[in-house]
Design a protein around this ligand. Structure first.
Ligand code: NAP
Length: 487
């Protein structure tokens, strides 16, 4: 590269990754170079090598510094060790740079076959990338009952909803669908639904709608071509986006982008595929298409189009395909497939409908910790979770006695989410984990700190309490849900 080319080059942190990572990274680099992409690769390490070097996060400081400086990374798959190390290096990277939007396009490619071929699938899953159960806050509340906290914030929902509409705008898309489980998880999943609906009012040029996530999966298999952009919480998005990858030929073809204000990381959806690593068998398309997204992020639309067309021509010709997509035809290796794409640079495919791309306008959302401000708030009681192998009747009667003379009374006990005391709402097959709901005797009074401490002290003298939740009201609206069967 000449000095002037180096000076204008886009600097990208390249993490080749584990297993098949170096092979797909090398093929991608070769194709980008041949297409004339002006990139300066800053090679860095993460994953297995880092874990083996004793770095528990899987991401060395040099790699963090490189992404910090370049703000753009292209990453191969990273192995998540089983039995040593701790967190996934992928999750570490996404969280370190608050890359809150995981964008996974799912588009039919030519000549791939499969049950959905010819349907014209061209959709994008936008997955919230840092919240939800992936915070990994888990506790064994009793020897036999585990809890995982599903944390969803209004701020996180607003960021991902706005990002979805901005993405729609930048890609000329028409419809944004919010997919949640708000019918069951009214507070957490419901927060994405209500936030999305609020945000949608500011983006009235788009069709926006909501769908229950399980129905979304059903519809995605029945009529996938009707979807455009789907936004969802972290875990639902994780599952749905693997499903959509399967619709168009599998993981070897699925690109993605992790987007945040501080950094953007492009990566293949697939993992390190250790069974085929080092054998020149892996399909590099997923990382190549991720790098095409990266070029568009840089505004290098012409080079991106050139590579995408060459890939389409290569797939259409079908002369040199890797084993995963060869469908009975003689397969070629990763290197040969990449050479074929390089040979096709400059050719155009009429199967590829060119879209208008404009750089995405990252949403501006307040960074206030107290993102949602309320004028009026009060606690009306508390849920105290108790570990006990006693039957609900015994626990209930004891608790009623214990709180006699205090400001609070026992309203009900639920076990695994269903009311079991004073009246059982269903057949009982319980566990040693009772959620005991206490409310103020005098409903007009708010529960004070002293009331709560008195309650815990009283309960704690006879029972092992394991967890406490206040029952808040914000502007008169309950900030908690009722148990199954609770009035
Ligand atoms: P995987 O690596 O995605 O591989 C599953 C299978 O899919 C492979 O054995 C291979 O199957 C096929 N495959 C995947 N990518 C392919 C490609 N580009 N070309 C051709 N075939 C491809 O999933 P995994 O085996 O569950 O995970 C392996 C490791 O990767 C784990 O440590 C996991 O934690 C990690 N992982 C990392 C990421 C990431 O870095 N973002 C994502 C997922 C998993 P056949 O050859 O048998 O057909």
């Amino acid at each position: 590269m000449s000095d002037s080319a180096t000076a204008t080059a886009h600097k990208v942190t390249l993490i080749a990754g584990d297993g098949v990572g170096p092979e797909v990274a090398s093929a991608t680099k070769d194709i980008l170079a041949a297409a004339g992409a002006n990139i300066h690769w800053d090679e860095a390490v993460a994953g297995k090598q880092a874990f083996e070097g004793g770095i528990a996060s899987g991401v060395p400081q040099d790699t963090i510094d490189s992404i910090d400086a370049n703000r753009v990374a292209l990453k191969g798959p990273l192995e998540t060790p089983v039995g040593f190390g701790g967190k996934s290096a992928n999750v570490t990277l996404r969280k370190l740079f608050e890359m809150y939007g995981n964008i996974r396009p799912c588009k039919e490619l030519p000549n791939i076959g499969g049950p959905f071929a010819g349907r014209g699938i061209d959709l994008i899953v936008v997955r919230e990338n840092v919240e939800d159960v992936y915070a990994g806050i888990e506790h064994m509340q009793s020897p036999g009952v585990a809890q995982c906290l599903k944390l969803i914030s209004r701020k996180g929902c607003e960021k991902i909803s706005r990002l979805s509409f901005e993405l729609a705008r930048s890609l000329g898309r028409k419809r944004v669908t919010c997919a949640t489980k708000a019918n069951i998880m009214k507070k957490t999943e419901g927060l994405l639904k209500s936030t999305f609906e609020d945000v949608a009012k500011e983006f009235s040029e788009f069709t926006s709608d909501h769908i229950i996530i399980d129905n979304a999966c059903h519809q995605l298999v029945i009529r996938p071509e009707t979807f455009d952009i789907i936004v969802s919480t972290n875990m639902n998005g994780d599952i749905v986006s693997d499903l959509t990858s399967g619709l168009v030929g599998g993981l070897g073809l699925a690109p993605s982008m992790n987007l945040g204000d501080q950094a953007v990381m492009f990566e293949a959806v697939h993992g390190s595929a250790p069974d085929i690593a080092g054998q020149d068998k892996v399909n590099p398309t997923a990382l190549l298409l991720s790098s095409v997204m990266m070029l568009r992020h840089f505004g290098e639309f012409e080079t991106a189009d050139k590579i995408e067309h060459a890939l389409y021509v290569t797939l259409e010709e079908g002369k040199a395909l890797t084993g995963d997509i060869a469908r009975g035809r003689p397969a070629v290796g990763t290197k040969r497939f990449a050479e074929e794409i390089i040979a096709n640079l400059g050719k155009r495919s009429d199967k590829l409908v060119d879209r208008d791309y404009t750089p995405i306008n990252m949403p501006k959302v307040s960074s206030d910790l107290d993102f949602v401000k309320v004028n009026d708030r009060r606690d009306v009681g508390a849920d105290v979770f108790i570990e006990s192998g006693k039957m609900p009747d015994e626990v209930g009667k004891s608790l009623e006695q214990i709180v006699e003379g205090s400001k609070l009374k026992l309203k009900m006990i639920s076990n695994r989410g269903t009311q079991v005391y004073p009246v059982a709402a269903a057949a009982f097959d319980g566990v040693d984990h009772h959620r005991c709901r206490f409310v103020m005797n005098d409903k007009s009074q708010a529960m004070t700190e002293a009331d709560l401490l008195d309650l815990l002290q009283r309960v704690g003298q006879s029972w092992r309490w394991i967890h406490v939740e206040r029952l808040p009201e914000y502007n008169g609206e309950p900030g908690y849900t009722k148990a199954q069967g609770e009035d």
